[in-house]
Structure formats: structure tokens, C-alpha cells
Design a protein around this ligand. Sequence first.
Ligand SMILES: Cc1cc2nc3c(=O)[nH]c(=O)nc-3n(C[C@H](O)[C@H](O)[C@H](O)COP(=O)(O)OP(=O)(O)OC[C@H]3O[C@@H](n4cnc5c(N)ncnc54)[C@H](O)[C@@H]3O)c2cc1C
Length: 435
Amino acid sequence: MKIKKKGVWKSWNENIQHSYENLYQITTEAELQKIIKESEKVRFFGNKQSSADIGAGINTLIDIRSYDKILSYNEEQKHITVQAGIKLVDLIEAVEAKGWCIPCLPDINTVTLGGALATGTHGTSGKLLASYVHTFRVILADGSLKEITEKEELMDAFRVSLGVLGVYSTVTFACETNYTLHVKEEPQKDSNWLESISTNLTKFDFLRILWLPHTGKGYQITGEKVPAEKEISENLGPKYLQYRRSFSKLLYKYTHIFPWITAIANKILGRLFFSSKRELKGSLYQATVTKSRGSTIELAEWTVDLAVFPQVFQELKKTINQWSNNSFIHIPMDVRFLEKDSSWLSYAYGKNTVTMGCVSRNASTADSYEAFKTIEKIFIKYGGRPHWGKRFEAKDAQLNEIYPKWSDFKKLRKELDPTNKFLNGYLKQVFNETT
Ligand SMILES: Cc1cc2nc3c(=O)[nH]c(=O)nc-3n(C[C@H](O)[C@H](O)[C@H](O)COP(=O)(O)OP(=O)(O)OC[C@H]3O[C@@H](n4cnc5c(N)ncnc54)[C@H](O)[C@@H]3O)c2cc1C
């Protein structure tokens, strides 16, 4: 185990920074247990890619990225067991090499598994990543080890835990047989994609809309499962599409000073990068997950009941198109769909849900990005739930209203961590604790 003394912890986009006294880079479960047991206060982190201030802010920190081995496979059950610091890219590649898949993947592969699970990371047309966990080995606040399997009710509390119930040590995933998707991408007017959501959710195995604010359009991505050998003439669109993110960054460079430039930039970006059709074939991972990002961003994301989404969308669209409130939004707003589940802090607890992302491509000026505040105000009004790893203001009282299991989760947290060992300043506010 390596130890770093007295330094500054910085999130990936450097928006969050905290000094620390001791930072441990662990490689074994025993090391993890020992530090947790012996620390009065401690936080642990993965790839530091959350926009919420949940990874550090305590004098003792644990970096779990070097605790990242694949431990075993169960061929019969299609189970894989890994250490929680593994990056998603390594986990997914190992799963695919077996001919298996995890059937719902986020649009990022650099995050750690532990970080992704703790914050309710998700993809589209399926369930949260955490829903596919079969077994956790967790280190609790007193340093003891607990195994939790999917048969136990406690599993629903632990699947999305914000890292406040304990540290996931190892994780066993229940995988499925891998499949091939025939993916089609095309621009659609807002009225078209919005009205066809229900039909498309039934018709397709994969549905995602990249909404293009201030343009009246979205870019719809659908996928159908096909036999792997089916011939498809792929059309990846013009070569210059690969420059979309860097070109966007350039156009948005001064939008923190002149936010209205965003509306014009979006029309240009829509024309250049979202007007052609594309068609491709591959596994869910190969055909739909972004493999690399050249620059940092700042993110918020809100989720709401599928049934009320059209109303929320119309209100959001109307609001951000009123130039007076300066709520201009960078391209794209990612619209995805989650099936209802039973994880206590899941966005889809008890209801089919739509998620809507909000991005600022200028990470360093995100504090002045009015859109983050506007989207929160609108979604909260409709009972919307914030993404745990992204930017939001809601605290205990509001969270209690939007998560039916909030008070049960708080009670369990207090039982498992009576001295608030795992709470940093931000999490204290979230859980309304003073110490
Ligand atoms: C470019 C980008 C794209 C994204 N795309 C998506 C997406 O498609 N879908 C989506 O839902 N989210 C998405 N996210 C959000 C991202 O998945 C989460 O913020 C995730 O938590 C980041 O993982 P990390 O390894 O960086 O975790 P960190 O940010 O380092 O940690 C996050 C939290 O997890 C806790 N934690 C870390 N390891 C453990 C562990 N072993 N046990 C318990 N708790 C632990 C930490 O204490 C902290 O509270 C995206 C983020 C970015 C920056």
C-alpha cells in the first residue's frame, strides 16, 4: 500500500478541491478493512468523475483504483466477480470476451465500478447498473466484512449507497448472453420523437434521444437485436463528425459571458453534426458507449416519471426559450429510459422513468450556468429525482419527499455508521447531520 501525505484532492474537472492529510492507495481487502476500522473519519473514491462533492473533503482518503482485479467467473451462472476499483472498460471487455454482457451500460467507460454503483449510474432501455449485481462484499464502518446477496432485502438498500453504508469491496455481476444491435440514428422534430416514445419503447430494444435545445429537434438513436451474422451496410456519416465535441467547446467558449451565443451555436452544431443519418451494428458496448473524451465537462441530470415527462419537457422547452432568464443549454440533453426497480435510492424506484442530462461544456464556469438551476426547479416541481453523482442543490427535506425510502435509508445509515465516519461536509447536508 502506498501513502501520500498532505496534498490536494482534485476532481477530474478540478471543480472540487479539498486538502487531505493521508491518502492511501490500497490493493487488498485487508488494507481496506484496516484503514476503515482505524479511521475516525474516512472517504474513498474511484476515478473522481462525479460533479457532486461526495468523494473527498475528509483528512483520510482511500483511492481504490488500484484494487481492480478480476477474481473469478462462474460459467454456468454467467457470473463475474471483481474488485470494486476496476474500471468499467476492463470489466466490460472481460465480460464480452466470455460472450456475455451487462445489459444496460452508461455512456462512459473510465469510471470505477464502485463509483458507478454508489451513484446509481445507468444507461438506457434497462435498469441501473446496480440492478445487475448479484452479490456484494462490503466493509462496514466498524471494519467488519458483510456479504449481501440478491436474495436479501438489504440488497435493495445497498445497490445505490452513495458510499455511506460501507465500501463495496468485491462485486459479483449476473451477466446475460451478449447480443448484436442494429443501431439507427437520425434527426427528428421534437413533436415526432416526443409523441413516439411509448411506441418506440415497445418496438425497439434500445432508445435514446440526444435533445438539441433551442433548435426544435432531437437526434434519435434506436437499436434492434439482430442475429450477429445479419448483413448491414454500415453508414457512419461524414468523417468530420468525430470533431463534434472539440468544435462544440470552441463555439461555447464565451457562452459564460454571452449565454445567448448558445442558441446560435446549437443551430450550427445541429446542422453540422446532427443532421445526417447513421447506421451501424455491434454489441451494446461497441455500438453505443463513448470510448474516449478529449475534454472535461460539468453535468447535472434529472429523472422523472415516464407518464409526466411530456409535460415536464414542454415546460422546460418553453422556459429555456425565453431568452430573458439566461437558461441556455449546451448540446445535447441526453434523454434515456429506465425500467422500474426496487433499489431504495434508485431514480426508477417504483416507476418507469425518463432521465434528462444537462451539460456545461465549460466546466470551470459551471457555477454561472443558469440552466442547472432552471432544470432543477422544473423537475423538482414534478417529483423529479437528481442524479447522485451530478450537480444538484436539493437536500434532506426535498429528498425525503421524492424518495419513498429516504427515511428508511437514513435509519439504516445511522445504525451502520453511528459516528458518521463516512460523512463529509456535503453529505452531512444531504443527510441533515451536524457532526
Ligand atoms: C463524461 C461523463 C459521462 C457520464 N455518463 C454517465 C452515464 O451515462 N450514466 C450515468 O448514470 N452517469 C454517468 N456519469 C456519472 C458517473 O458515472 C458517476 O459520477 C460515477 O460515480 C463516477 O465514477 P467514479 O469512479 O469517478 O466515482 P467517484 O466520483 O470517484 O466516486 C463517486 C462516489 O462513489 C463512492 N465510491 C467509490 N468507490 C466506492 C466503493 N468501492 N464502495 C462504495 N462507494 C464508493 C465515492 O465515495 C463517491 O461517493 C458520467 C460522468 C461523466 C464525467
